[in-house]
Design a protein around this ligand. Structure first.
Ligand SMILES: *Cc1c(COP(=O)(O)O)cnc(C)c1O
Length: 226
């Protein structure tokens, strides 16, 4: 199957759910991204700052770049001028830095708060308690150059569909709770970034608005640490 055939398959499914496809292109060469671009894809996700910035430099300027991987504070400045959405905000200190760099660039940067929903220990993200601690703090309300547009979560890597479904449902519930309880002017909940190649169908059924799909579009990745 070609990249454009793969994209076509997802487009049909996603149209049905009115969800957006983020093509996860980490480790893939620019030529592969261009193939997807020529097939109409505009949203691309990367998990490493340097790789994302180099691709953004080389590829068409109307691509919307999504940062989906763990982000270190000292690297925010490289993305701040152009990034479309940061999915992986996992601490207040990171959010403060994103706000600071957004001020420098005279823009508002859209962010998702990454929530820890899996039963695994290695994933990043806020707990529910930390999430509401952040959203209710006066320091948070003062951040005028970031906008929280939703939540991101990664389910446990398991074959147990019920467990995966339960974890995505938890994220959806948190979204509803934030919508009803948090009135801060820098919060506008509208996106749920959940689902990847192995679990996107369950994610869509549970209310995902953005699926992040890599290997099913571009093929298996080359190195083990991605
Ligand atoms: C790599 C990655 C994906 C895509 O994974 P696939 O299994 O290739 O679809 C999605 N989300 C994040 C955060 C990733 O790092």
């Amino acid at each position: 199957m070609s990249i454009s055939n793969n994209l076509e398959k997802y487009r049909e499914i996603l149209n049905k759910y009115k969800a957006r496809l983020i093509a996860v292109s980490k480790t893939k060469p620019n030529a592969d991204l261009l193939q997807a671009y020529e097939a109409g894809q505009r949203d691309f996700g990367e998990n490493k700052v340097q790789e994302l910035a180099a691709k953004a430099e080389a590829l068409p300027k109307d691509i919307r770049w999504h940062m989906i991987g763990h982000l270190q504070r000292n690297k925010v400045k490289y993305l701040a001028p152009f990034v479309h959405l940061i999915h992986s905000v996992d601490s207040q200190r990171l959010l403060n830095e994103i706000n600071k760099q957004a001020v420098k660039n005279e823009r508002v940067i859209d962010c998702l708060l990454q929530v820890f929903i899996a039963a695994e220990e290695t994933k990043f993200g806020f707990s529910e308690e930390e999430l509401f601690g952040l959203l209710n703090s006066p320091e948070f309300e003062a951040l005028k150059n970031i906008r929280i547009v939703g939540l991101m979560g990664m389910a446990t890597n398991t074959d147990n569909q019920n467990q995966i479904r339960g974890e995505f449902a938890l994220l959806k519930n948190l979204e509803q709770k934030i919508k009803s309880e948090i009135l801060s002017s820098n919060v506008a909940m509208q996106e749920l970034s959940m689902g990847m190649t192995s679990d996107y169908e369950v994610a869509l059924e549970e209310g995902s608005t953005m699926v992040r799909i890599g290997s099913a579009i571009f093929g298996a990745r080359n190195y083990a640490n991605h």
